[in-house]
Ligand binder design. Structure first.
Ligand code: KIV
Ligand code: ZN
Length: 512
C-alpha cells in the first residue's frame, strides 16, 4: 500500500452542484489553474454530458492543465462515458469517473432498476470506459447505505473489469467516523481483488462530519484518496473540506504517516478565489481559511503566542498562504508591480488583454482608495468585467439620492447587449432603488433569495463585496460585485447574476 494520500478535488463538479455556485467556463479554468498550483493530484472538472457548457468547461480545463489528472464525471451509460472521453481528449492525463447508485432505496425509487440490472450496467460501463482511457474510477452512489454483500459483489466485478480507483461515497452525509472507517476496511478485506484498485473516500457534511469521516476512511479503512472541495463547497451542508483534510494530515503526520503532493501555501488564494467566484462567503471561524483562524483575541493567548508561537498555534499562518495584511500597492504602482503581485498571490491571468483589463480596474480603484490590500486585488481579478467572456449586461455608472425622511432614488447606466441604457427607480434604500432601476429595464422577473455584503479588508475604507442570489424558472444563480461604494457593488452583483441567468445551459444534476 502506498503511503501517499491522493487529493482529488471536486470543487468544479460536486462543489459547483451547490445551488447558486455555478461557474462560467473562464472561472472554472482560473480555479483549475489555482488547483494545479496547489498541486492537487486530480481535478474533477465537471460532468461533461450534463450540458454543452459543462462539456466545454471540461474540455478547456483538460487542454489547459498539464500536471494534475483531469477527470470528468459520467453516469454509467455509454453516451455519458463517450462524452466524457471526448471532452478529455486533450488532457495530458485523463480520468473517467463513472457512477451508479447501489443502495436499495436509490435502485428501487430513483433508478427503478433491479440489483442485477445495476450490477450488469456497472460492469459494462467500466468495461466501456476502460476501452477509452486507462484511468477509470467507479463510485457506487449512496455506497455507504448499500447492502455490504451486494456492494462487495458489484465492486469485485468492476475491479475485474479494470476500475483503477474505487470510491465509496457517503452521498447523504449519514456516516460517523468509526463506522465509515470500518465499512471501508471491511470492503477491502472481503473483496478478493481489492488490492488491484486504490480506495477512495467521498463524504458529505450533513452531520458536520465529512472531514472526520474521510480521515477515518483513511486511517481505519486504508483509503488512499480523499475527494474534497475548497472551502467544503457543495450541495446542502457541503463536501469534505480540502484545506482541513490537507492540514490535518500535514500537521498530524505523526499519526497519519502519509505524504501529500499539496503545496499548502496556495490554500488561502484558492479559498478566496472560490469564495469570490461563487459568492459563498467563508465563515470567520472556519478552520485554516477563516478570517479568525489565526487571530488571537484573548490577552493570555496573545501573550503566549508572542513568547512562543507554538503555545497556542499548531500550524503557521504563512504555511497556508496568510501573510500580514500589508498594503501592497497604491496609486503610483506600475503595471509590472501589479503583475508581480498577481504572481505572488498565485493569480495567473490568461492573456495580456486580461492583465490590461485588470490593471485598468486596479488604477480606477487606486484613484478612490489609497491603500490596496491583497484582498482588494483578489476581488478585482475575480470580478467578471476582467473576464473575456462576452456578457449581456455590464455596469457603467450610477447616481443615487437619499436623505432622511425622503424616499431614495437611483439612476443606473449599464450596457445591455452592447447598447447603453439608463434606468431609474425609487426604493426603500439606495441599494433597493438601484436594483429596482436595473430590473425596471431588464424585467427578468427573477426572485432575490439572498443579498449579502461583506467588507473585504475589514474597515469602512475597504471595498464592499456583495453577493446577490437570484432564482428564476427553477434556476438559482449567484452574482458578485465589489467596489468601495456598496451601492455600486450591489448593482454590479445584480448585473452579474442576471448575466448568469441569461446563459441558457441547463445542467443535469449528478445525483438527479
Ligand atoms: O456524493 C456522491 O455520491 C457523488 C457521486 C456522484 C460520486 O458525488
Ligand atoms: Zn458527492
Amino acid at each position: 500500500m502506498s503511503d501517499k494520500l491522493i487529493i482529488f478535488d471536486t470543487t468544479l463538479r460536486d462543489g459547483e452542484q451547490s445551488p447558486g455556485a455555478s461557474m462560467t467556463r473562464d472561472e472554472k479554468v482560473r480555479i483549475a489553474r489555482q488547483l494545479e498550483r496547489l498541486k492537487v493530484d486530480v481535478i474533477e472538472a465537471g460532468f461533461a454530458a450534463s450540458s454543452n457548457g459543462d462539456f466545454e468547461a471540461v474540455q478547456l480545463v483538460a487542454n489547459t492543465i498539464k500536471e494534475s489528472i483531469v477527470c470528468s464525471l459520467a453516469r454509467a451509460n455509454d453516451r455519458d462515458i463517450a462524452r466524457a472521453a471526448e471532452a478529455l481528449k486533450g488532457a495530458q492525463r485523463a480520468r473517467i469517473h463513472t457512477f451508479i447508485a447501489t443502495s436499495a432505496l436509490h435502485m428501487e425509487k430513483k433508478l427503478r432498476m433491479t440489483p442485477d440490472q445495476v450490477f450488469e450496467q456497472a460492469k459494462q460501463s467500466v468495461r466501456f470506459a476502460r476501452n477509452l482511457v486507462e484511468d477509470v474510477e467507479f463510485s457506487p452512489e449512496d455506497g455507504y447505505r448499500s447492502d455490504p454483500d451486494y456492494l462487495c459483489r458489484v465492486l469485485e466485478a468492476v475491479i475485474a473489469e479494470g476500475a483503477t480507483t474505487i470510491n465509496v461515497p457517503d452521498t447523504v452525509g449519514y456516516a460517523v467516523p468509526e463506522l465509515y472507517g470500518n465499512f471501508i476496511k471491511s470492503l477491502r478485506e472481503r473483496i478478493p481483488n481489492s488490492d488491484k484498485a486504490i480506495w477512495s473516500v467521498h463524504c458529505h457534511n450533513d452531520l458536520g462530519m465529512a472531514v472526520a469521516n474521510s480521515l477515518a476512511g483513511v486511517k481505519i479503512g486504508g483509503a488512499r484518496q480523499v475527494e474534497c472541495t475548497i472551502n467544503g463547497l457543495g450541495e446542502r451542508a457541503g463536501n469534505c473540506s480540502l484545506e482541513e483534510v490537507v492540514m490535518a494530515v500535514k500537521t498530524r503526520r505523526d499519526y497519519f504517516g502519509l505524504d501529500l503532493n499539496i503545496d499548502a501555501r496556495h490554500i488561502l488564494a484558492a479559498s478566496r478565489m472560490v469564495s469570490q467566484t461563487t459568492g459563498f462567503v467563508v465563515q470567520p471561524n472556519k478552520a485554516v481559511v477563516g478570517a479568525n483562524a489565526f487571530a488571537h483575541a484573548s490577552g493570555i493567548h496573545q501573550d503566549g503566542v508572542l513568547k512562543a508561537r507554538d503555545t497556542y498555534e499548531i500550524m503557521r499562518a504563512e504555511d497556508v498562504g496568510w501573510s500580514a495584511n500589508k498594503i501592497v500597492l497604491g496609486k503610483l504602482s506600475g503595471r509590472n508591480a501589479f503583475k508581480q503581485r498577481l504572481q505572488e498571490l498565485g493569480v495567473q491571468l490568461d492573456s495580456e488583454a486580461e492583465i490590461n483589463a485588470a490593471f485598468s480596474r486596479f488604477k480606477e480603484l487606486a484613484d478612490r482608495k489609497a491603500e490596496i490590500f491583497d484582498e482588494d486585488i483578489l476581488a478585482l481579478v475575480s470580478d467578471e468585467s476582467v473576464s473575456q467572456e462576452k456578457e449581456q449586461f455590464a455596469f457603467v455608472s450610477l447616481s443615487q439620492h437619499s436623505e432622511t425622511g425622503e424616499r431614495p432614488h437611483a439612476a443606473v447606466v449599464f450596457t445591455s447587449a452592447g447598447k447603453e441604457v439608463k434606468s431609474e427607480s425609487d426604493g426603500n434604500g439606495p441599494v433597493d432603488a438601484s436594483l429596482k432601476a436595473i430590473e425596471a429595464h431588464v424585467q427578468s422577473g427573477a426572485e432575490m433569495v439572498l443579498y449579502s455584503v461583506n467588507a473585504i479588508s475589514g474597515s469602512t475604507e475597504s471595498q464592499g463585496e456583495v453577493t446577490v442570489r437570484l432564482q428564476n424558472s427553477g434556476r438559482v444563480v449567484n452574482g458578485t460585485g465589489s467596489d468601495p461604494d456598496i451601492v455600486v457593488a450591489s448593482a454590479k452583483a445584480y448585473l452579474s447574476a442576471l448575466n448568469k441567468l441569461q446563459s441558457k445551459a441547463d445542467r443535469v444534476a449528478a445525483q438527479g
